[in-house]
Design a protein around this ligand. Structure first.
Ligand code: ZN
Ligand code: ZN
Length: 208
């Protein structure tokens, strides 16, 4: 599996490129900003992007969506419950931080358990609401999870935005993410990577 991650935009959102070694088919997770830079990275890795998968609909995760979609022709995937955030500048919060953003609409709506296939790799959708109603995490291969703004190294996502619920967020993390083996790597929407085992033991929001 090809895995490349880098932060983009004013508040350092992580964008990930995940690809199949053999076919170079790939997925872009959260093109939050700097679409041109993301496209350059895709080109330098020789990837053929099939899907753009959004962990949720906040502007810091979708800001570069239109540019990357135009540059790749890839299908846009988001959980059904966050789909309207793509075109609603109030719901995606863009109206509060800069120009109102109305993005490409979803080509396909996701639900828990869906499998996204690219080349010989697959990615499973895990619905982890709490940060937003349609927030998802993505399980890729045997030991990698992309956790969006649900779980961070040493922290958890905010739940004070519309659609957020702290109790639901904690329940999503405990019931759906912490059940994976401790060595499972976690790549969050912001900040450094971690593991399920480290968060289970040391994350102050989860140990009580
Ligand atoms: Zn968010
Ligand atoms: Zn974010």
């Amino acid at each position: 599996m090809i895995l490349d991650g880098f932060s983009v935009g004013a508040i350092d959102s992580n964008c990930y490129l995940v690809g199949c070694e053999e076919t170079k088919e790939a997925v872009v997770i959260d093109p939050g900003a700097e679409g041109k830079r993301i496209l350059k990275r895709i080109e330098s890795l020789g990837l053929k992007v099939r899907y753009i998968v959004l962990t949720h609909g906040h502007i810091d995760h979708i800001g570069g969506l239109d540019e990357v979609q135009r540059g790749t022709g890839a299908k846009v995937l988001i959980h059904a419950e966050d789909a309207d955030m793509l075109t609603d500048a109030g719901k995606n919060l863009s109206v509060y931080v800069g120009p109102a953003a109305k993005m490409h609409t979803a080509d396909q709506l996701l639900k828990d358990g869906d499998i996204i296939t690219f080349g010989k790799e697959t990615m499973e959708v895990i619905h982890t609401p709490g940060h937003t109603r349609g927030g998802i995490s993505l399980k890729c291969g045997p030991d990698v999870i992309f956790s969006g703004d649900t779980l961070f190294a040493g922290s958890v996502g905010r739940s004070d935005f519309p659609g957020g619920s702290h109790s639901q967020l904690i329940s999503s993390i405990k019931k759906k993410l912490l059940q994976f083996p401790p060595e499972t790597k976690v790549y969050p929407g912001h900040g450094p990577a971690t593991t399920i085992g480290t968060e289970k033991r040391y994350n102050p929001f989860l140990i009580y």
